[in-house]
Ligand binder design. Structure first.
Ligand SMILES: NC(=O)c1ccc[n+]([C@@H]2O[C@H](COP(=O)([O-])OP(=O)(O)OC[C@H]3O[C@@H](n4cnc5c(N)ncnc54)[C@H](OP(=O)(O)O)[C@@H]3O)[C@@H](O)[C@H]2O)c1
Length: 308
């Protein structure tokens, strides 16, 4: 684990960065920024020892932050649906941030596998075609393009500031706070349909938050100039159909699938480079999913058939 570092984390109030910041605050000086659109999020983070500061990346006003961070972890993402606002926060914001952190030892830019053009059930490697996979279906219309634009900015800043950078394309993060599989569990609780692509099965690489946290030291070690780019997902490829089936076994609930072309198509990734550079993930997906249900709805586990 990281120890004794002075770390700046963005996207502090989000699904991914919150657990990361709380874990790192045990042994490091952790500063975090967000606009704190949800004021309640701040108290829990401060209680965990995270120094919270308000900042809007779209404005680039980071002058109130120290300039001597040893590491920076950039998880913030804006997805308002307005291209002007989202390019400012995601692409220009990445530039402002990397300028501010130009003296850090390493910079992690969290990207997304939403940058890829799906290709049937191909496991997408870092060299696969990029595309606009979230927009075509009216789902987060600015997301893919803004994540690609932000990667471009991160690549430029790595070289311009000679700032060792790693661009990690995250797949499907989940944990005790939920995530996409957690949303599926909620749909099952309410007996609502779960959209899957007609080109079945819909495959991904879910990755537990414990693995995200455990992989950070190695990820930061492989930061380089020009930036290192790698996929960041669970070592197991799992389909939505399979994981919802397992959630059903755990809870006794029955997933109701709605096959459609109006949802994201399979975006599972080739993890070869990740395995070579930072290793395999350690939380088997079934164990991780069971822990997620235990954390979100322990009562539901009594209805299922899996009790080990
Ligand atoms: N969650 C997923 O399924 C998933 C999948 C693949 C990749 N990723 C990537 O993982 C990273 C974290 O995602 P997430 O799901 O945790 O995000 P999230 O829950 O949507 O949180 C986004 C964070 O960004 C902050 N933010 C938004 N606009 C900002 C601005 N203008 N200035 C400063 N902060 C701003 C938000 O806080 P305020 O609103 O308070 O400012 C919030 O803390 C992102 O890079 C995302 O692309 C996520």
């Amino acid at each position: 684990m990281l120890n004794g570092e002075k770390i700046l984390i963005t996207g502090l109030t989000g699904q991914v960065a919150g657990p990361v910041a709380r874990a790192l605050a045990r042994d490091n000086e952790v500063w975090g920024i967000a606009r704190f659109s949800d004021p309640n999020a701040r108290a829990a983070l401060e209680k965990a020892g995270v120094r919270c500061e308000m900042a809007d990346l779209a404005e680039g006003d980071l002058g109130h932050l120290p300039g001597d961070f040893s590491l920076a972890l950039h998880f913030a993402v804006a997805k308002s649906g307005n291209f002007h606002a989202d390019l400012a926060a995601n692409a220009e914001g990445t530039g402002f941030l990397m300028d501010h952190c130009r003296n850090a030892r390493a910079f992690l830019h969290c990207s997304s596998t939403a940058v890829y053009e799906p290709n049937d059930h191909e496991l997408l490697s870092e060299d696969a075609m990029l595309g606009d996979n979230h927009r075509a279906f009216g789902f987060l219309p600015t997301y893919s393009i803004c994540k690609i634009a932000a990667e471009g900015m991160a690549r430029f800043c790595a070289r311009h500031f000679d700032l060792p950078t790693v661009i990690a394309r995250l797949n499907v993060p989940y944990g005790n706070g939920g995530g996409w599989p957690g949303l599926h569990l909620e749909l099952m609780r309410r007996d609502k349909p779960i959209q899957v692509h007609t080109n079945a099965p819909s495959i991904y690489n879910p990755i537990h938050e414990d693995d995200l946290i455990a992989m950070l030291p190695r990820l930061l070690e492989v930061a380089s100039v020009p930036a290192t780019i790698l996929n960041w997902g669970g070592s197991d490829v799992v389909s939505i159909e399979e994981w919802c089936g397992y959630l059903g076994e755990l809870t006794g609930l029955t997933p109701r699938f709605e096959p459609t072309t109006h949802t994201i198509e399979s975006t599972a990734v080739d993890t070869t480079r990740m395995h070579e550079l930072i290793g395999k993930t350690q939380v088997p997906w079934r164990k991780g999913f069971k822990r997620m249900v235990e954390a979100l709805h322990p009562d539901l586990l009594e209805g299922g058939t899996v009790h080990e």
